[in-house]
Design a protein around this ligand. Structure first.
Ligand SMILES: Cc1ncc(COP(=O)(O)O)c(C=O)c1O
Length: 336
């Protein structure tokens, strides 16, 4: 589609007109409704505004050539949202209700789903609303669950530039036990180091490697790739368990790649990128190739500095499945 508004707008800056909303009071979720996006009636004493009781999700729905809209791995996003809520002692969404809210939000914004390579970005969010500024050590007993939608474009599509990634070996992205939780405070914590690396080194993102072990970037997982082989950190609570990461790793054997999930060091990564590839995976990043690592004032080229052929191949397989060009043999798409 030529000149779709989402094509030129920053990712997530345009909201579709309708949102789904449900509230939790007295130990139970009320029925949800779909209504126009508008400011929230929220007490300035709301728990979320003081004690950060919030978590969210980020998924995508894709318009297929047959006119259907298809959500990618909806169940996995719902499960992660519930796990995030549980970790933060927020009222846990009911999975069936959250699923119905996502589908209703898409249905009511159907006219705003861009054609490929655009998508409708889906943002379920949960906030603690109890008005009590003395509740630092008390969970919120009321909450609001919402699903926002945003037409987005694929920033990789127009010939993306290979990324410049700053290797951070001291600062952590967030508190160790909260890495696998998708909560606002983690992003606030990563912002300072990310802006500093952008200003000082012209870096696009920071790769957090506390203690010299490679973890993930501020908003995407990190994969080392070469012909027939993918290496990425094994799952632990220190980083977000990406749905894109999981999808790529599960598709990889069928595409001829052996998958290795284990802890690996910065030194090993530097050895790998002499000839191999590196990429960031995530709902927004899809699979974005890294061209340069920035470490100790040095610029280290990844492979030949361009987006590698294996990164492009894996990315094409994932996007093809999401966009309905390659058959969905795993039941990962939910048709709306
Ligand atoms: C910190 C972080 N890591 C990894 C990811 C990738 O996760 P997913 O593939 O589920 O989008 C994201 C994006 O949501 C993220 O914010």
């Amino acid at each position: 589609m030529a000149n779709h508004p989402a094509q030129s707008a920053p990712f997530g800056s345009i909201l579709a007109g309708q949102m789904a909303v449900a509230e939790y009071h007295d130990g139970a979720w009320g029925a949800f409704e779909v209504r126009p996006v508008a400011p929230l009636p929220l007490s300035p004493a709301a728990h979320v505004l003081h004690y950060g009781s919030t978590c969210f999700e980020g998924g995508k729905a894709f318009l297929h050539a047959d006119g259907s809209v298809n959500v990618f791995r909806l169940d996995k996003h719902i499960a992660r949202m519930i796990q995030s809520a549980h970790s933060l002692v927020l009222p846990e969404p009911n999975p069936e209700q959250l699923r119905a809210m996502v589908l209703a939000a898409i249905e009511h914004n159907r006219q705003e789903v861009p054609e490929a390579p655009g998508a409708l970005y889906l943002r379920p969010m949960l906030i603690g609303t109890t008005p009590n500024i003395g509740a630092a050590a008390t969970p919120s007993s009321s909450a609001m669950l919402m699903v926002l939608c945003s037409p987005v474009w694929d920033y990789f599509a127009g010939g993306a530039k290979p990324l410049r990634i700053y290797v951070e070996e001291h600062a952590t992205r967030c508190a160790g036990h909260l890495g696998m939780v998708k909560t606002g405070g983690n992003y606030a914590a990563a912002l300072g180091p990310t802006l500093a690396a952008r200003k000082q080194y012209g870096a696009d993102q920071v790769l957090f490697c506390p203690g010299g072990e490679v973890q993930e970037t501020g908003a995407a997982n990190f994969l080392l790739i070469r012909e027939g082989h993918i290496l990425t950190r094994s799952l632990d609570p220190s980083f977000l368990h990406g749905v894109t990461r999981d999808s790529l790793l599960r598709m990889a054997p069928d595409l001829g790649y052996q998958v290795e999930e284990r802890v690996f060091t910065v030194e090993e990564m530097l050895e790998w990128v002499k000839t191999g590839e590196a990429a960031l995976s995530g709902t927004a990043a899809v699979l974005s190739g890294v061209g340069t690592l920035l470490r100790d004032g040095q610029e280290i080229r990844v492979g030949d500095g361009n987006i590698g052929p294996n990164t492009q191949r894996l990315r094409a397989a994932l996007v093809g499945l999401q966009q309905g060009i390659i058959p969905d043999t795993r039941g990962w798409l939910t048709r709306v």
